[in-house]
Design a protein around this ligand. Structure first.
Ligand SMILES: [Zn+2]
Length: 146
């Protein structure tokens, strides 16, 4: 699977948790796997769901895409890692889904913000620049001088 964005993976990961069920503390449900269920259909935790969404199996080694997705999700928690997050009391299926949905919404907001460049002029040198809502701006003669 190529061309997946972090947002795609987050959405698909939530879908997998919703359909397969949630399995705390490990990538996928070991009892289900031992009973012969295909890994792609076993209940998954957040990391397993991300792997499953990115490359079709919850047990696959981490890739740049899964790591970037985990970082994006982790940024919406106060936990040091997603493994630690899943060990926190009360963090079950509903919170996992809420976390993924919140991450997806955050990514959409970020993407939208990055698209909103508007034309402006630097008040100091008068050069044409572009400014984004978050204050990010393209360089002008002042930056070169600085
Ligand atoms: Zn300037």
């Amino acid at each position: 699977m190529t061309g997946l964005t972090i947002h795609d993976v987050v959405i698909e990961a939530a879908h997998h948790i919703e359909c397969n069920g949630y399995s705390a503390h490990y990538l996928y449900s070991v009892p289900q796997a031992q009973a012969g269920r295909p890994l792609a259909q076993c209940a998954v935790d957040v990391i397993g769901a991300i792997s499953l969404a990115a490359h079709g199996t919850p047990a696959h080694p981490a890739t740049a895409l899964t790591r970037a997705t985990e970082q994006a999700v982790l940024a919406h928690t106060t936990a040091p890692s997603l493994a630690a997050w899943s060990d926190y009391k009360g963090n079950g299926k509903q919170r996992a889904l809420a976390l993924l949905q919140e991450t997806a919404a955050g990514l959409r907001a970020q993407a939208q913000q990055q698209d909103q460049w508007r034309a402006a002029r630097c008040p100091d040198c008068g050069e044409a620049i572009e400014i984004r809502d978050d204050g990010m701006r393209t360089l002008c003669a002042c930056d070169v001088a600085a």
